[in-house]
Design a protein around this ligand. Structure first.
Ligand code: NAP
Length: 254
């Protein structure tokens, strides 16, 4: 018996990185999993590799209302419903304020905030009807402020307010809404940041590990384990919470 037997979970941005780690963990615990990502071929490849009893890859741009409606409709039709939504899709377009373009502001706010809004709105129809649902949003330790990330920090702080508000509104329908705020997790996203600041990927990771109280960087599995708990019925009295999963980095000012 797995904690997710009989559940259908959607993970946005699930083709790689943290999202793929979460999808893998849900599959291992018995869920049918829908991997949503911009590129349907990559989403389908990841879905196939999960070893789940049922898994599908669906092409979806979370910032686009029609794309979201179509994708959630497909999941419900092909997997028989939806019980868990993880709003994980994300991008960075870092720059200091004076160099940040309007397009970079809009695209980051669009994927993280508008994306979480559209996906949650589409999924809550099933959640409210069946009086059961779990929404997990990906915030970030950057929500507390981070040089060069005015757009990303604003979006991730916005995700925290969005999380608390949905928890208040949807609690009466037995829907739990929480957020994880990861610190440094080794993925393509952090590797891209290393390259952008002109550092070797390994040195960049080592520097982050040295600043960290636990003495290492995070792995997608660290976030997946937390997600599997927060979206499980063991966590049914936890809602509206923002859990920092960062090895203590925020305590140390990192
Ligand atoms: P990643 O490796 O860059 O993966 C992000 C995924 O999201 C990619 O598969 C990407 O697709 C997809 N995506 C981007 N825009 C999308 C859209 N409009 N619609 C659907 N999918 C879209 O990132 P990650 O490191 O795993 O991060 C996952 C989440 O955790 C993000 O929300 C991120 O902000 C958050 N986070 C990460 C860290 C970290 O240290 N890595 C720390 C704190 C928070 P493509 O491959 O097609 O671009």
């Amino acid at each position: 018996m797995g904690r997710y037997d009989g559940r259908v979970a959607i993970v946005t941005g699930g083709a790689r990185g943290i999202g793929a780690g979460i999808a893998q963990r849900f599959a291992e615990e018995g869920a049918a999993v829908a991997v949503l990502d911009l590129d349907e071929t990559q989403a389908a490849q990841t879905a196939e590799g999960l070893g789940a009893a049922q898994a599908i890859g669906v092409g979806c741009d979370v910032a686009d209302a029609a794309s979201v409606e179509a994708a959630v409709g497909r999941v419900v039709a092909e997997l028989g419903g939806v019980h868990v939504l993880v709003n994980n899709a994300g991008i960075t377009r870092d720059n200091l304020l004076f160099k940040m373009s309007e397009a970079d502001w809009d695209s980051v706010l669009g994927v993280h905030l508008r994306g979480a809004f559209l996906m949650s709105k589409a999924a809550q129809q099933s959640f409210v009807e069946q009086k059961y649902g779990k929404i997990l949003n990906l915030s970030s330790s950057s929500a507390r402020g981070n040089r060069g990330q005015a757009n990303y920090s604003a979006a991730k702080a916005g995700v925290q307010g969005f999380t608390r508000t949905l928890a208040i509104e949807l609690g009466r329908y037995n829907v739990n809404v929480n957020a994880i705020a990861p610190g440094f997790i080794a993925t393509d996203m952090t590797d891209d940041t290393a390259r952008r600041v002109g550092m070797d990927v390994e040195e960049f990771r080592q520097a982050a590990a040295q600043r960290n109280p636990i003495g290492r960087v995070g792995e997608p599995g660290d976030i997946a384990a937390t997600a599997a708990f927060l979206c499980s019925d063991e966590a049914s009295y936890i809602t509206g919470q923002i859990l920092y999963v960062d090895g203590g980095a925020t305590l140390a000012g990192g």
